[in-house]
Design a protein around this ligand. Structure first.
Ligand code: URA
Length: 273
């Protein structure tokens, strides 16, 4: 039996099967390969008093330009995020944002799940493959454990709001780089402002150190209350960092500490300090 698929369908089939890199039959010695010719220099813009030449009707299709350097992208992100006054606008802005290469290899912009009116906002690191496919945070194995962790203190997705620092899947499930996190930070900061939660749960070192602006690792940051502040919030929000569920899946012995952290969250939610 043969199945005829158009090239784009075939590509989608490969991506769904988890194939995100291509290798040939034969190894290629890229050090021995001749250097590619430098890209053609961009044409200088026409002088202000001369109109630009009309676009050529049959110009060869051009690839999207590479994303801007991280610092520039972070500045752009800050401007864009500041203009968003609703969660829908923020989601649309992220979907239209073109400042990070990782977005081009991701299938979805994974924005959030749960209840935006909830008191508790949970922030992870970045989507994995399942999240990228479904467009929702924490739906894979880590997500199942997160659901059980939340249930252990009487919470679920109707009483929490769940998102990530980075909304696009880093290829091969690598950690997002500091530059990628820096570009996404204005968006996640605005996300917190728009939700205006009573309490934050930060999952894992990447989320904790980015949002608390601390250099210590998760082992030192977890289990302690921090105040998360930003100009658009009416007051500082208490934040508890704990282990990421993916780490707990690999290190079940750490679940005891995560349980203690969650008990502190439960106590605080029920009015205790
Ligand atoms: N890990 C995360 O940090 N976020 C997800 O959404 C899934 C796995």
């Amino acid at each position: 039996m043969t199945i005829d698929l158009a090239p784009d369908q075939l590509l989608r089939w490969y991506i769904d099967a988890g194939i995100d890199a291509c290798v040939g039959e034969e190894p290629v010695d890229r050090f021995a390969a001749p250097k590619p010719a430098p890209p053609p220099r961009e044409a200088a813009p026409p002088p202000a008093n001369r109109p630009a030449a009309p676009a050529r009707a049959f110009a060869a299709p051009t690839e999207a330009p590479p994303p801007a350097p991280a610092r520039e992208s972070a500045g752009t992100a800050a401007h864009i995020a500041a203009e968003c006054t609703t969660l829908e606008a923020l989601r649309a802005a992220l979907e239209a944002f073109d400042g990070l290469a990782m977005k081009r290899t991701a299938q979805s912009t994974v924005f959030a799940d749960g209840n935006p009116e909830a008191d508790v906002m949970v922030i992870g690191e970045a989507p994995g493959q399942d999240e990228d496919r479904q467009g929702l945070p924490f739906v894979g194995r880590s997500g199942k454990l997160l659901d059980r962790m939340l249930a252990s203190i009487g919470l679920d997705r109707s009483t929490t709001y769940i998102t990530n620092v980075v909304p696009w899947r880093p290829l091969e499930n690598r950690k997002p780089s500091p530059d990628e996190v820096a570009v996404c930070m204005p968006f996640v900061a605005r996300h917190i402002e728009l939700v205006d939660p009573q309490l934050l749960i930060l999952l894992g070192g990447a989320s904790a150190s980015a949002l608390l602006a601390r250099h210590e690792g998760i082992m030192r940051l977890r289990g302690r209350w921090f105040d998360y502040s930003s100009p658009g919030l009416p007051r500082p929000v208490p934040a508890m960092a704990t282990y990421h569920p993916a780490y707990l899946l690999r290190t079940p012995a750490a679940k005891r500490d995560a349980w203690r952290d969650l008990l502190q969250v439960k106590k605080r939610l029920s009015g205790g300090a």
